[in-house]
Design a protein around this ligand. Structure first.
Ligand code: ADP
Length: 458
């Protein structure tokens, strides 16, 4: 059995610092058992020729960095990945910024990376490619004769066929997806979209086993909802609460990268509606919104920041008093342990994306709660997490009244109902944590050649 190779846009740190992020925790075990390798991007620093991987041995697994020149990185990452694919796959076709040099850079990165990977993988190895930045990788690897099993997991949503067609290269991308052996998506919703895209673009045929026959070969399809280290995150919250006092007024919390897919203005409009209809709650609750900046160089992200600041200012001006600020807004990232205790001390978790692959904040909020006196999760029907988390209060983020009603319901919910909902959510998450996610994906990839299945039996 050959080694497991993970490929993602960004590599974990070479020294293991900052490993608390879900993906590294999830894949560490599988990688260290197999003498695995993680290949990920990094800004160009060393004097290495840009075409060569830069290897670093960690105690648990090996890392190989692929370095890109700043201009290429900009066009591939901020350009095609985040100004074409991200908005299109999140259904925001109005925000797509099509530039020919963006798509050229995107293909160039995949080609270059494939040449490096082709030199080091063996026939019996397994390659697991992550996310929208690297869709053409299997196609490029196959062109170079690589025969290893190659799986792909899309962390973000896949929209319906009509939306997908707004990407100028949609046919090419569909073809590239069909070059994988296994395609993993977050939800049944996205899986349905993929099947439809394959049917219409490549005359794919759905087989009774749920896989797709395309051009004479079978592409295995699966739905693998990603998760978090549930017990670990809960422990962070328990430990943090032992060190910190709870807030003086019940709190609603929102935690999101400042991204237009997260429904932040809609959340604030819902909160504003709630305050205007329920004046008895003024002075008695507060919304803490933590929204660190991201992809600042893309125009659409500047716009969302100014929208949010405008709305927060309006609500504070309209309802605030000398003693009370209705919206507290923090525009930076916080350490995970601080975040965990903030969730635990919040009566309501507000997760209102307009379209989201999964949304891990929803899972973190539930994991962090005190089961004896848990808070209530308000969750958008458009978050992938809503497929699994039906015991949350499910809302339509486009309807401020729906959001306002859910806030009121959550704040008035009796303890017994809060415990019942939280209990159901937590016990599902405990069984479906991030280790479960990665094992399920790898098992499916491995099953494509069953003879080698022993190493995952643990
Ligand atoms: P996305 O991957 O689109 O950002 P997710 O909700 O799936 O959305 O994951 C976001 C991750 O980023 C979560 O683990 C969350 O805790 C973290 N995060 C978001 N905002 C902050 C913040 N202000 N400080 C620290 N971590 C944050």
């Amino acid at each position: 059995m050959g080694r497991l190779v993970i490929v993602s846009n960004r590599a974990p740190s070479v020294d293991g610092a900052g490993d608390s992020g879900g993906l590294v925790v999830a894949l560490k075990d599988a990688l260290s058992q197999q003498g695995g390798l993680w290949i990920g991007g990094a800004p160009k620093q060393s004097e290495n020729p840009a075409d060569e991987l830069n290897f670093h041995q960690r105690p648990d697994f090996e890392i190989a960095l692929f370095e890109l020149e700043p201009e290429l990185y900009r066009d591939y990452y901020l350009g095609y990945s985040n100004s074409v694919l991200w908005p299109a796959l999140h259904g925001r076709v109005d925000l797509i910024d099509v530039q020919p040099h963006y798509s050229a850079a995107y293909r160039k990165v995949a080609r270059r990376l494939a040449r490096q990977i082709a030199r080091i993988v063996t026939h019996d190895g397994m390659i697991w490619v992550h996310d929208y930045q690297l869709i053409p990788l299997a196609h490029e690897l196959r062109k170079l004769g690589v025969t290893s099993r190659i799986g792909f997991f899309l962390h973000i949503p896949l929209p319906d066929l009509q939306t997908f067609k707004a990407i100028p290269e949609w046919q090419e991308l569909a073809g590239c997806l069909a070059d994988y052996d296994l395609l993993g998506l977050q939800t049944q919703r996205d899986l349905g979209h993929l099947i439809n895209i394959f049917r219409h673009t490549l005359r794919g045929e759905l087989r009774p086993n749920g896989n797709m026959g395309i051009n004479g070969r079978e592409v295995v399809l699966g739905c693998f909802p990603i998760s978090i280290d549930v017990r670990g995150f809960r422990q962070l919250a328990v430990d943090g609460a032992a060190r910190t006092a709870p807030p003086s007024v019940p709190r609603l919390i929102g935690v999101d990268r400042l991204d237009y897919s997260k429904g932040l203005p809609q959340r604030l409009l819902g909160y504003e509606t709630f305050l205007s209809q329920n004046p008895e709650f003024c002075n008695k609750v507060g919304l803490l919104q933590i929204a660190p900046p991201t992809r600042d160089d893309v125009d659409a992200y500047k716009a969302i920041r100014s929208d949010l600041e405008h709305l927060a200012g309006r609500i504070n001006g309209r309802f605030g008093t000398i003693e009370w600020t209705p919206v507290q807004y923090i525009h930076r990232a916080l350490p995970r342990d601080d975040l965990a205790v903030l969730y635990r001390y919040s009566r309501v978790g507000l997760v209102t994306p307009l379209f989201d692959g999964m949304n891990l904040v929803a899972k973190e909020y539930v994991a962090a709660q005190d089961e004896a006196d848990p808070g209530v999760l308000i969750l958008s029907q458009f978050a992938g997490a809503a497929e699994e988390m039906s015991d949350a209060l499910i809302i339509n983020p486009h309807d401020p009244q729906d959001v306002a009603d859910a806030i009121r319901t959550a704040l008035q919910m009796p303890l017994a109902e809060r415990r019942q909902r939280h209990g159901a959510l937590y016990s599902h998450l405990e069984k479906h944590d991030v280790a479960h996610w990665s094992a399920a994906f790898l098992k499916r990839l491995l099953a494509i050649e069953k003879a080698d299945a022993e190493w995952l039996e643990r």
